[in-house]
Design a protein. Structure first.
Length: 292
């Protein structure tokens, strides 16, 4: 049952620096289907993800712990669905992708953390491999490795994209909590590990965009954040070259150099969309220039 008041005991156990509020009174997790044991804390941030989050959480139902931070402005059943799988559901005001993810990591109780998005799924094969890796460390065989990159099998409009730079698309998702942090960026944030890293063999699944309208919505948001980052860091000037050449270069790199054409019409549409997204990023950065 949803509670309006904050669970003080949960907040105390999780730490005081997260700014998150626990919303649920420990409902029984939904684990109807058998899942491979996952000896880690799985952490996730979400907003308006009722269409995705149930499958994501079901794929990690065997985890030692699941922590979900839900944006307080989420207007659908994301929090309620999350509460079927874990009592560690927290409401938190939006402070940016990096800050939200770091807050979720800080709330994790276990030493090893796996960072998962609502549109991603952990396969049983990957869960077993994660368990083996953590067990190795527990027995003293992990050496100085404190993070693991995992391949991501990306789906676009229902199809697995094997080219264009979308496969194997390694990303660091498994790490020791005390040896890692989320890089503070406005967009395209990543986990940085203080120590050695290795690669796992099995991928997780990423169901990106179900339709073009969904892509367009996210493209507008990400391009605006990327433009803000360009303006703040002043790493590249948003001039004619960036607005004209860089979008074309993005398309050519994805479609030709990285073999996106081998994915047929899906590959062509994806490369064109990424080219246009690059155009929007630099056009929006130019729009913010005081001398334009």
């Amino acid at each position: 049952m949803i509670e309006n008041e904050v669970s003080r005991q949960d907040a105390k156990n999780a730490g005081s620096g997260s700014g998150a509020q626990s919303r649920f009174a420990a409902p029984a997790p939904s684990r109807e289907t058998p899942c491979a044991p996952l000896p880690v804390s799985v952490v996730m941030i979400a907003k308006d993800e009722e269409q995705n989050i149930e499958a994501a959480l079901a794929s990690v139902a065997g985890a030692d712990e699941i922590v979900v931070i839900v944006d307080v402005e989420s207007s659908d059943a994301t929090a309620e669905i999350s509460g079927r799988f874990t009592e560690r559901v927290y409401l938190r005001p939006w402070t940016g992708y990096a800050a939200q993810k770091q807050a979720a990591i800080d709330l994790a109780a276990g030493p090893w953390v796996f960072l998962l998005d609502a549109d991603e799924r952990v396969t049983p094969e990957l869960a077993r491999e994660i368990g083996q890796a953590v067990e190795r460390h527990a027995s003293g065989g992990g050496g100085g490795v404190f993070g693991y990159y995992v391949a991501r099998r990306n789906f676009f409009l229902g199809r697995w994209i094997r080219h264009g730079g979308w496969w194997p698309d390694y990303t660091l998702r498994l790490f020791r909590k005390d040896r890692a942090h989320v890089q503070p960026r406005l967009v395209h944030e990543r986990v940085v590990v203080d120590g050695e890293t290795e690669y796992l063999k099995h991928p997780f699944e990423h169901y990106t965009y179900k339709n073009l309208a969904e892509f367009e919505k996210k493209m507008q948001r990400y391009s605006a954040l990327s433009a803000d980052e360009l303006v703040i860091k002043r790493t590249r000037r948003a001039g004619v070259f960036s607005i004209v050449v860089r979008p074309a270069a993005t398309f050519l790199k994805m479609y030709i150099l990285r073999g996106g054409f081998l994915d047929g019409m899906h590959g062509l549409i994806l490369a064109l969309l990424y080219g246009f997204s690059t155009f929007l990023k630099y056009a929006k950065a130019w729009e913010k220039r005081p001398d334009r």
